[in-house]
Design a protein around this ligand. Structure first.
Ligand code: PEP
Length: 264
């Protein structure tokens, strides 16, 4: 049995209204309570801020440890409190049961002008509040086509991670998000190998193992192939996490692809 944890993370974005979100959390929880995935597979659900409390209650009712079934928020503010109208701090999301927070998603980089420096401040804030940051990096299509992906990823790793970063990294090529297109196995393997090579320089040590996930148009159809790539520690799922059965199918596929089969 593998001891390296693998992750399936659902990012609901701003897409489920209150009752829908809670029902989704209950449906996922019920199935995972009846048939829990193997302990090395960590499932994390990231609802909008307004549903954190309700989703946390639904997940808790499974009785599964938070490592196996946890909850994350989709952002947090760099300061822990203060006159920041409309913002929500890391300690606030921690109060509602969040153990993780997605930071630097390309939609926030694009729509809110988040820079690597801001993301790094958020990483510090999350870590100080006892929350594991899930930092997203990824190149745009033009950057990929112009052969600049490696330098973009290197800049993002250097700029958005802290030294000694203890969190999760998600490689999410912007051109794969919501497009129905996923990189080939070969491209994914190359990109993740590159990311793994860049990490020790930023961490200033190679003893820290940072899980590196893939995100972008993952469905239960591609999940087995993606999860079987050795360098991939899990998947970050957007659209397909908004329907209980499709998210559960991805969890099942990830469990199957990462659980060693007994030799005949
Ligand atoms: C995402 O936005 O993080 C994501 C992976 O979205 P999708 O799965 O819908 O491409």
């Amino acid at each position: 049995m593998t001891t390296v944890p693998k992750f399936v993370i659902g990012n609901w974005k701003m897409q489920a209204r209150h009752e829908h979100g809670l029902q989704l959390a209950r449906d996922i929880s019920r199935r995972l309570k009846d048939a829990p995935p193997p302990p090395h597979l960590h499932t994390i659900i990231c609802p909008p801020f307004t549903q954190l409390d309700g989703v946390h209650q639904a997940l808790k009712e499974t009785g599964l440890p938070h490592e196996q079934l946890g909850m994350g928020a989709q952002d947090c503010y760099p300061a822990s409190s203060g006159p920041f109208t409309g913002d929500i701090s890391a300690p606030m999301i921690r109060d509602l049961g969040a153990r993780y927070v997605i930071l630097g998603h390309s939609e926030r980089r694009q729509n809110h002008g988040e820079t690597d420096a801001i993301i790094r401040q958020k990483v510090k804030a999350a870590t100080a509040a006892g929350i594991t940051p899930i930092v997203c990096i990824g190149e745009h299509l033009a950057e990929r086509n112009e052969g600049r992906a490696a330098s973009v990823l290197s800049t993002q790793i250097e700029g958005s991670l802290t030294r000694g970063f203890r969190g999760i990294l998600a490689y999410e090529p912007v051109w794969a998000i919501g497009s129905g297109i996923t990189p080939s196995r070969d491209e994914l393997q190359r990109k993740l190998t590159l990311i793994r090579a860049l990490l020790p320089m930023r961490l200033m040590t190679d003893d820290i193992r940072v899980p590196v996930l893939y995100g972008g148009s993952v469905t239960s159809v591609q999940a087995p192939s993606i999860m079987s790539i050795e360098a991939v520690d899990g998947v970050l799922v957007g659209s397909a996490s908004l329907e209980a059965q499709s998210f559960l199918d991805i969890i099942d596929a990830a469990a199957e692809a990462t659980t060693p089969q007994p030799s005949p």
